[in-house]
Design a protein around this ligand. Structure first.
Ligand SMILES: Nc1ncnc2c1ncn2[C@@H]1O[C@H](COP(=O)(O)OP(=O)(O)O)[C@@H](O)[C@H]1O
Ligand SMILES: [Mg+2]
Length: 282
């Protein structure tokens, strides 16, 4: 049975994005529109998966989303929460470095900062008072099961604790958006569960929280995401492949009644199969 939800303001708008490295065009005409999803009586963030074969431009898209790579043309807009809403809609602004947190595959942490110090540093650009910062950090440490690790340095943390600290650090420093490039690669089953739990915690802690992640595990993407974009090489009218990445397909799992379920049902597996076929062609 499909779960009821509403869609509110646009929270991410990628408009005709083209990204090139020098002369080499990597991504072309990428369009993405994501809206704030609202579920009655529940904080429901957005979880968006980006799938595609190697070299199709997933990491390049993420670099553009975090503001690290400037678009060759097109633009990436997010709401500007520093301005008052007009006609019930926040004005939009171009995404800038710092708006979107970026967690790399290695979950890199500062070697010389304890968990608490790293999170304190993550809040450096906020206007919170010292007491408010402390309260916020302690709240998250408790919620994320890291209270006991508060004064530990990265070398003394387990893999799961490191991952949670790195994710939390980005969450605190960036606000609502977070990009994770292949966060599940090379993790054992236990740590995959840890990262999945962090996704849940982020998603449930604020309605505007928006996670974008890439993975080669299609089943995991269908299990976790409520929206999936497939990046790949399109074909021209003659059926020749164009070697520039773009969005080949978008699956809105909410609309399909496949979002927010525990585990995979037959309909989910059909969707996985469908995605595989599209990816193999592009
Ligand atoms: N800094 C760079 N300079 C030139 N080419 C790059 C650079 N980074 C990535 N590329 C190329 O861009 C293409 C897309 O890479 P990437 O975005 O990493 O794909 P994916 O993450 O889907 O594997 C590849 O052909 C890659 O070689
Ligand atoms: Mg990549």
């Amino acid at each position: 049975m499909a779960i009821a939800y509403e869609q509110k303001d646009t929270i991410l708008h990628v408009e005709n994005l083209t990204v090139a490295y020098g002369e080499k065009v990597i991504l072309q005409n990428v369009n993405i529109v994501e809206k704030d999803t609202v579920r009655a009586g529940k904080s429901q963030g957005q979880v968006i998966a980006v799938l595609g074969r190697s070299g199709r431009g997933k990491s390049t898209l993420f670099r553009a989303l975090t503001g690290l790579e400037k678009p060759t043309s097109g633009r990436i807009l997010i709401p500007d929460y520093s301005k008052p809403a007009a006609n019930g809609q926040q004005p939009a602004k171009l995404v800038q470095e710092g708006d979107v947190g970026f967690v790399n595959q290695k979950y890199t942490l500062f070697r010389h900062k304890t968990v608490y110090q790293a999170l304190w540093f993550a809040l450096r650009n906020t206007t919170l008072t010292k007491a408010e910062k402390d309260e916020k950090i302690m709240h998250y440490l408790q919620e994320w099961g890291l209270e006991k690790n508060k004064d530990q340095y990265p070398n003394f943390l387990s893999g799961g604790q490191r991952q949670r600290t790195a994710i939390l650090e980005q969450l605190l420093s960036s606000g609502y958006y977070m990009v994770l490039d292949e966060p599940f690669s090379g993790l054992d089953v236990g740590n995959i569960i840890n990262v999945k739990k962090s996704f849940e915690l982020i998603s449930q802690s604020h309605e505007l929280n928006t996670i974008l992640f890439s993975t080669h595990d299609i089943e995991l993407a269908v299990e976790l995401a409520d929206s999936i974009y497939i990046i790949g090489y399109p074909q021209d009218e003659k059926g020749n492949t164009i070697n520039v990445g773009t969005v080949l397909r978008h699956f809105d799992l909410k609309q399909m009644g496949l979002a927010w379920h525990d585990g995979l049902r037959a309909e989910h597996l059909t969707c996985v199969q469908h995605i595989k076929e599209i990816m193999l062609k592009g």
